[in-house]
Design a protein around this ligand. Structure first.
Ligand code: GDP
Length: 369
C-alpha cells in the first residue's frame, strides 16, 4: 500500500497484513471502503454492525493503556475465566492493572463440568490458584452463559459488589465473554437501544456500554489473545469439536506402563512407570481417544495424524505445531492438564508424560475431583 488511509471510526491507520493488529481491514473491504468514502477498520466495522468487539493481542500497547486506565477508575472489575482452561484464561499481571478496584472472578462454562465435581470445591480451588497468581478477588463465582438463571444470579451479584459504580468486564478470548455479554443484553430489556459504543480516551479501542438504571454502565472490553491456548492452533470446526458443549462424561482407561493414549491428534498421554490403574480422561465427548504402545507411539502419530488421529484435519497437518513433551513424577492423586483441551486424573504415584502442540501448556494440579 503506498497511500495511507485512516479508519473513519477510530482514526487508526488502515493495514491489510496483520489480522490481529490495530487498523486491520481485509483487502476487499479496503477497496470498497475507499470507493464509498466509508472506510472502517474491521474492528470498527464489526462493532458498528454486530456489536462485536474485536480481540487484541496482549502485547498491544493500546490495550495495556486501556487496562491501566481502568485502574484509575472507581469501578468493579468482572474477570471472566473459562473453568475448563483456568490457567489459560488468567490475564497475566491483572492484579497490577486493576489498582484498588475489586475484582469479581467469574468461572464460566460451569454447565460442562461433570456432576461429580462439587462447586464449593472448585470455587475454593479457583481462589487458591488466583491467590498464587497474585490476584485477590473480592468473590469467586461460577456461571454458565448458556443458562438464564445463572445470568440472573450473576447480575444480582454484580449489582451487590458494584455498589453504584461502573462495571468493566475483562477476559481473554474464548472464555465466553461475548456469549455472556449478549445474554446480559438480551435479558436487560429493549436490546438495540441499550447498547452504546464509546472510545476509550487515548486509545483506538472501542468499548460496548450497557447502561444500568442509575446511569452507570456495564462496559465490555476486547478479549485478550492468550497464545498458550489450544484455540489458536485449531480451525473453527475443530475448535467446536474440542470445546465441550454438554456435561463431560469422564472416560476411564485401564493403562499399563509403556502405554500411550492419544487425544485425537492434539495431545498425547504416556504412562512411563506405573502399576496398572484407571486413568480418567475429562475432555469433549466428541474427541476420539486411541490407545497404543508407548514404543513406536511417535511413529504411530506421524503416520496417523490428520487421519485416524483427528483433529487436526488432513489439510491442516502441515501448519499444525509439533507436539512437545512434558514429563512428571506423580506423588498423589493429580490432574495432568492440557490447556484448553481437558485433563487426565492420575489416581496414584507414577511417572507420566503429557504432550501438546508446541506453545500450549501441559501442567499438573492437585486433583479437582
Ligand atoms: P469470547 O471470545 O470470550 O467472547 O468467547 P465466545 O463468547 O465467543 O465463546 C467461545 C466458545 O465458548 C463458543 O463456542 C461458545 O458457544 C462457548 N461458550 C460460551 N459460554 C459458554 C458456557 O457457559 N457454556 C458452554 N458449554 N459453552 C460456552
Amino acid at each position: 500500500m503506498t497511500e495511507e488511509y485512516k479508519c473513519i471510526g477510530c482514526g487508526s491507520t488502515i493495514q491489510t497484513t496483520d489480522k490481529e493488529g490495530i487498523g486491520y481491514t481485509p483487502k476487499s473491504a479496503l477497496e470498497k471502503g475507499i470507493e464509498s468514502g466509508e472506510l472502517y477498520c474491521q474492528r470498527c466495522f464489526r462493532l458498528r454492525h454486530y456489536n462485536d468487539i474485536q480481540d487484541v493481542a496482549m502485547t498491544d500497547g493500546d490495550f495495556l493503556a486501556l487496562l491501566n486506565t481502568i485502574g484509575t477508575k472507581d469501578a468493579l472489575i468482572v474477570n471472566v475465566v473459562d473453568i475448563f482452561d483456568f490457567s489459560g484464561s488468567l490475564i497475566p499481571g491483572l492484579h497490577r492493572f486493576v489498582g484498588d478496584n475489586p475484582v469479581l472472578l467469574v468461572g464460566n462454562k460451569a454447565d460442562i463440568l461433570p456432576k461429580s465435581l462439587k462447586k464449593g470445591r472448585l470455587i475454593q480451588w479457583m481462589k487458591e490458584r488466583s491467590h498464587e497468581a497474585g490476584l485477590r478477588p473480592i468473590d469467586v463465582t461460577l456461571t454458565s452463559a448458556k443458562k438464564k438463571n445463572d445470568i440472573q444470579e450473576l447480575l444480582e451479584l454484580i449489582d451487590e459488589y458494584r455498589d453504584g459504580r461502573d462495571v468493566y468486564v475483562v477476559g481473554v478470548t474464548n472464555v465466553g465473554k461475548s456469549t455472556l455479554i449478549n445474554e446480559i443484553i438480551r435479558q436487560s430489556a429493549g436490546v438495540e437501544d441499550v447498547i452504546t459504543t464509546s472510545q476509550f480516551p487515548g486509545t483506538t479501542l472501542d468499548l460496548i456500554e450497557i447502561p444500568f438504571e442509575d446511569g452507570t454502565c456495564l462496559i465490555d472490553t476486547p478479549g485478550i489473545i492468550h497464545r498458550h491456548q489450544m484455540a489458536h492452533y485449531l480451525g473453527k470446526k475443530d475448535l467446536k469439536l474440542v470445546s465441550p458443549k454438554k456435561e463431560i462424561k469422564p472416560k476411564v482407561y485401564q493403562l499399563n506402563e509403556e502405554q500411550t493414549l492419544f487425544l485425537g491428534g492434539l495431545a498425547r498421554f504416556d504412562v512411563i512407570k506405573s502399576e496398572k490403574m484407571g486413568f480418567i480422561v475429562y475432555a469433549s465427548n466428541d474427541l476420539d481417544l486411541h490407545r497404543t504402545k508407548l514404543e513406536g507411539a511417535t511413529e504411530f502419530y506421524d503416520k496417523h495424524v490428520g487421519g485416524l488421529l483427528q483433529p487436526p484435519r488432513e489439510d491442516e497437518v502441515a501448519d499444525f505445531p509439533e507436539l512437545a513433551r512434558f514429563e512428571f513424577s506423580i506423588k498423589e492423586k493429580t490432574d495432568l492438564v492440557f490447556a484448553g483441551l481437558g485433563w487426565v486424573t492420575i489416581p496414584k504415584a507414577c511417572v507420566v508424560a503429557g504432550w501438546a502442540p508446541k506453545g500450549v501448556d501441559v501442567t499438573i494440579r492437585k486433583s479437582l475431583i
